[in-house]
Write a protein that binds this ligand. Structure first.
Ligand code: DGL
Length: 289
């Protein structure tokens, strides 16, 4: 992996004034934590020259166990702050917990197009041969009316087993901070989904939290059955591509700006910086909020 660290600027006070406004479009990818990086990787694969601001609301992490009212209020507040601070052309709400509840309120108050990330129930129902599928998400996403409607509308012929796990979110956070993943613990969590009565025919699992694709290798390693794993990352990148297609972009700008911003400075969260620098981020900043 290339080492970009010498060039990186961490907590650079000059970042906030956004004076170096990128000429090519800039996409804001937003999540409570590192989960949105699974979406970041897909967008980078498809659109390697797009400028990205990754914003992580680590101050209010996690989102998956917040009340719906508190979550809408928080996401609306922080995204308004971000679009007023930085030049943003498109927003990816890279969080299923937030997208399944806050999109209407956000679309009412923000002028930028917003791509939400919600569980990929429709492709899962199409791919499943047994028509028995699993949904692994946060507690909030599993409970949402929006998710129940997705299942009714797009998987009416499927039996869907759901599991909400906040612990999996924490494990993904720790993995990116270089903690070893306890595979036994992962298996116990997964068994709570796979060993439900009647779930033995389950052949497809939707990763309905953006943190979970970051654990895809480990999840596959502890699953004895042959399972098709589905997440929304590639589809989101394609949607971003469609939305940006008609935007003028400066020829020859092959080295995009990749910035990250956190809503709270704290040593635990700063342990993620080496990973961010390894994957190409150039500036990492904190906007206490
Ligand atoms: N990555 C987020 C999601 O897709 C949020 C996880 C959390 O903060 O609980 O739901």
């Amino acid at each position: 992996m290339p080492d970009h660290r010498q060039d990186a600027k961490i907590d650079d006070p000059n970042l906030n004034n956004d004076s170096q406004m990128p000429e090519n479009p800039r996409v804001l990818i937003f999540d409570s934590g590192v989960g949105g990086l699974s979406i970041f990787h897909e967008i980078r694969k498809l659109l390697p020259t797009v400028n990205i601001l990754y914003a992580c609301d680590n101050h209010q992490f996690p989102y998956g166990d917040k009340s719906e009212t508190a979550l809408i209020e928080r996401v609306v507040t922080v995204l308004n702050m971000l679009v007023n601070t930085y030049t943003i052309d498109l927003i990816v709400l890279a969080c299923n917990s937030a997208s399944t509840i806050a999109l209407p309120a956000l679309r009412e108050c923000l002028k930028q197009p917003i791509v939400g990330v919600v569980p990929a129930i429709k492709p899962a129902s199409q791919l499943s041969s047994t028509k028995v599928i699993g949904l692994l998400a946060t507690e909030g996403t599993v409970d949402r009316q929006y998710t129940k409607a997705l299942i009714e509308d797009f998987a009416p012929d499927c039996q869907v087993f759901s599991l909400g796990s906040q612990r999996l979110v924490e494990i993904a956070e720790l993995k990116l901070r270089k903690h070893a993943v306890d595979l036994k613990e992962l298996k116990t969590i997964l068994d709570a989904l796979l060993k439900q009565p009647q779930a033995n025919k389950l052949d497809t699992i939707v990763l309905g939290c953006t943190h979970f694709p970051l654990l895809a290798d480990e999840l596959k390693a502890v699953t004895e059955k042959n399972i098709t794993w589905i997440d929304s990352g590639h589809a989101i990148a394609q949607r971003v591509d469609d939305l940006l297609r008609d935007r003028p972009s400066k020829e020859g700008n092959s080295s995009p700006s990749l910035d990250a911003v956190f809503t709270k400075a704290c040593p635990q969260h700063q342990k993620i910086y080496p990973y961010l620098l390894d994957i190409g981020f150039q500036q990492i900043d904190t906007l206490e909020y």
